[in-house]
Design a protein around this ligand. Sequence first.
Ligand code: ZN
Length: 305
Amino acid sequence: MHRIRTLGLAAVVMAHPALAQAPAPSLPYKIPILQYHLIGDTDSRWKRSHDGFRRDLQLLYDRGYRPITVSQLLDRQFDIPPGMSPVVVTFDDASPGQFSYIERDGKLTIDPNSAVGIWLDFSRRHPDWKTRATFCVLSGANDGHSFFGDTGVAGQKSAWRLPKVRFLAQQGFELCNHTLWHARLDRQSDAGVEEQVSRGDLAIDSAVAGYRVRTFALPLGLWPKHRALARAGTWRDPKSGRAVNYRFDAILEVTGALQGTPYGPGFDRLAIPRTQVIGDNLGKLLDAIEPRRFRPAAARAAGPR
Ligand SMILES: [Zn+2]
């Protein structure tokens, strides 16, 4: 039995300690909210190379950024060292390059070249780089984009799909809904939109029972005809006859802008722009937002509101 939107969050989901909520910033800051798709051998428009991704993490770390999830941003839970700045890293489309297993002698290990493998290795060497990122997943897409690979795509077995999703939650990563199979929501009927989104939530719930999905990423950044359906809706599962309700606290868009995400008064959590990391644009983005960079500890010292 699926339980959607129950309040009984599994303890594993709350892997990070509950922190006192920081006050809202009173200045228009900028935060980098990054977007990755494929992780592979080479760099291209939609793909980041393994080495490029490693360099990105090092660059962020060296520039004083530490990762938080979208949910932490919403809750202003900046569990990062004083003086550091938050960065939100998001992964879309649940490809095997983001999270793959290698099986040897019946034993599974995380592929050290997958994004999760690279991230965990970086965290081991830099303990204040925590396992905090947001994975916007597809659960029923083709070509291995179903919970990080199935039916042998890139060597990934279907049986590994739910354990991968569960592992991410246990580590403190956030699970975000990116619909069932990445349908263009602008071309769907209202009922089609609600089915795509509901089934995404339902699939996450089947991996982590009771997980409250708070963040939704629009496929291709395209809004449904009725924008409100991206935030909340209902779908009746014909198999069980049960109604599935979804309601999100944050909606992620797609943008190529190198301006960072405005953060401060008027921060619109229901239309959050992100920057896709391509080529050497990460350094340029960090340069661009430096004058308005957000440091939660400093903002707190400036006075609560
Ligand atoms: Zn996508």
